[in-house]
Design a protein around this ligand. Sequence first.
Ligand code: TYM
Length: 336
Amino acid sequence: MTKPTKRILSGVQPTGNLHLGNYLGALRNWVRLQQEYECFYCLVDLHAITVQQDPAALRASTRDGAAALLAMGVDPKKSAVFVQSNVPAHAELGWIFNCIARLGWLDRMTQFKEKAGKHKERSTVGLYVYPTLMAADILVYLATHVPVGDDQRQHLELTRDIAQSFNSQYGVEYFPLPEALILGEATRVMSLRDGTKKMSKSDESDYTRINLTDTPDLIAQKIRKARTDPEPLPGSPAGLESRAEAKNLVGIFAALSDRTPAEVLRDYDGAQFSKFKEDLAELTTAKIGPITTEMRRLLADPGYVDSVLRDGAERARAAADPIVRDVKEIVGFLRA
Ligand code: TYM
């Protein structure tokens, strides 16, 4: 088998609504990178159940997530779009990686600490080994590049550690060391109510995030209510230091308009937030509205979305199965 040199794997959890952070930090790049890379994009339902999910809601939001990806412009003819649990190779390699990764490495994972909170002993074992499954998602395709938001940086480092450790333990050069692609002006979109917290679908208040399914009115309302400070906008990014909320909104504006924060601030030097927020709401609606409309159109025909996922899973299995077979051979499993 010749090893791929430009292959992407990335994933998104199919739990609840996708938000502007997912879109600007990762998903928009998934669409753009399709031109240059062979891409595998998956809805990671195995990861989703590391915390309790309602089965019917999980099934529905998995289909919604797939429709959102297609609506954004992920092209199922080019890229394989699939559900993680439909490709058993992920879980198989995940187990092997549980036997490579060290407790000490997982103990350092900040996402686990955040999600487990004060009650580590009540968290599932699955949540703890979440990063080893993520490494398997990537390496089961020998993916070389992984487009993600900034919050996944540490998981990508762990993936490289696992790849390297596997290679050295078995004396092979089998796995590549995949590179994170953290691209754009909004790699870490923050909560609209607190500039020190990241925008997240698990935040209790819906006013902290803009969901891809929000109506224009709701988007305008959320942006109007977004926390800012009393100062007018500065003329350059240096004036945003220690103004986390303002910096976040400018970053969102820049990303949505494909400009740099410096370019945006040149237009708004000395402006009040009321004017800036009005324009930001309009821009956000203009960019997100068409995605929502297309998503609704696609969901009116769930048969189509399901057929895309079926075809994607078939292509993903065809790519992943031979790699798992190689790995089993390397590890010394007897093929009966
Ligand atoms: P998830 O579902 O939390 O998020 C999906 C993608 O969106 C990015 N993202 C953000 N980017 C900027 N600002 C934010 N506020 C923000 N919130 C989320 C995430 O970085 C991610 O790229 N562990 C992953 C899913 C996963 C995965 C993988 C990713 C499972 N296996 C293999 C890459 C490769 C996660 O929970 O993403």
